[in-house]
Design a protein around this ligand. Sequence first.
Ligand SMILES: NC(=O)c1ccc[n+]([C@@H]2O[C@H](COP(=O)([O-])OP(=O)(O)OC[C@H]3O[C@@H](n4cnc5c(N)ncnc54)[C@H](OP(=O)(O)O)[C@@H]3O)[C@@H](O)[C@H]2O)c1
Length: 335
Amino acid sequence: MQMLIVGIGALGGTIAARALRAGLPVRLAARNTESAEMLRRSGLRVSGIGGEVRADVIDIAAVEDYGKGDQFDLILLATKAQDALEVAPYVVGLLAPEGAILPIQNGGVARVLADRLGERPILGGFSNLGATMVEPGVYEQKNAGHLLIGELAGGVSERVERVARALGRAIEVRVTSNLTGAIWSKLLINCSVTTLGALCSQTMRQYMETEAGKKVFRRTYEEALSVALAIGTRLERLAVDPIPPGWPSNFAAEEHYESWVEAIIAFYGDVKPSMLQDLERGRKTEVDFINGYVVTLGHASGVPVHMNATITDLVHQIERGVLQPTRERMNDLAD
Ligand SMILES: NC(=O)c1ccc[n+]([C@@H]2O[C@H](COP(=O)([O-])OP(=O)(O)OC[C@H]3O[C@@H](n4cnc5c(N)ncnc54)[C@H](OP(=O)(O)O)[C@@H]3O)[C@@H](O)[C@H]2O)c1
C-alpha cells in the first residue's frame, strides 16, 4: 500500500516516523519547498510513549510537487482542518483507482470532504493518539492512543480493514462500523470540554468548579447532542456514554448526571485544551469544524444552537485579537 502523509506536524510527524520505522512505503508532503527541505535535512525523531524512533532518510516534497506519475493507495491528511479542506481537492488527483483519503481531524472535516469530493474516495477517522511538536522534525508522543477509522456510510469495508492492517504496523488503529456516531460522540466533547476550556483559559476540572462553568458546559453539550440526534446520528460510546443520564428532562436523575460529569472530568478534565494552545500561539483554531459545524447543522435542522453560536463567535474574536481568553468569560456565557 503506497502511502502519502500530508502535513508533517505533531500527529503527521509522529505517525510518519513510526510508519517509516516499521518499513512502510511512505512518502511525505509538507506545505512548501522550504519546510520539505528543512525536514529532509533534519529527518524525523519521536520520543515519549511508544518508544523512541528515528527516520533519518525521508522521501519528502512540497505537496504541489506531487503530480503526474504519483499514485497512492492511501493519503493520510494530518493537517489542521482548514488546510485539509484546501489541500484535499488537489491530492484526490493523486489517488490510485481504488485509493482513499483518510482525514484524521476532529469534527466535520471528513463529512464536508465527502460532500464536496464524493463519498467514494473519503474514509473517516480521528485520533486519540496525542502528540506534540517540539520543533519541526522532533515530536513527542503523549499517550498510547489509537486512530479510529471507518466508512462514513457505516459498516466495515474491506478497504478499511486493509488500511487498518497496513497503518497498524506503525501505530494502533481500530476500526468502527459506526464512524459517524463515533465522530459525533467525540465532537460533543470537543464542543464543550475543549472549546470552553480555550475560552476561559482553564482545564475542564477547573471551570467545572464554578456554577457558571457547570451551566455553560451542560447547555453547550446538550445543544450539540440535540443536533446530533435531530440529524439521525446513532451515537457511539467512547470514554463515557454520550447521552447524559436522565436527558432530556429527568430531574430525579441529577445525582446520576453528576457522576456522569465526574467520569468526563476523570477522562478529559486535566488536559490543556489544544484550542487554547492554538490561541496562545496566535494560530487560527478549528472552531468552525467543531462548534461552528454544530451551528450550521443546527440551523439546517431547526435545533436552537445559541450557546454554540456565541462560543464560535467569541473564539473568532479571540483569534482576531479583539478579546482574550479569561475565566470571567464563563460568567458572561452563563448569564
Ligand atoms: N496533535 C494531537 O495530539 C492531535 C490529537 C487529536 C487530533 N488532532 C488533530 O489532528 C490534526 C493535526 O494536528 P497537529 O497537532 O498535528 O497539527 P500541526 O502540528 O499544526 O500539524 C499540521 C501540519 O500540517 C502542515 N500543513 C498545513 N497545510 C499544509 C498543506 N497544504 N500541505 C502540507 N502540509 C500542510 C503544517 O505546516 P505549517 O506548520 O507550515 O502550517 C503542519 O506541519 C488537527 O486537526 C488536530 O485537531 C491532533
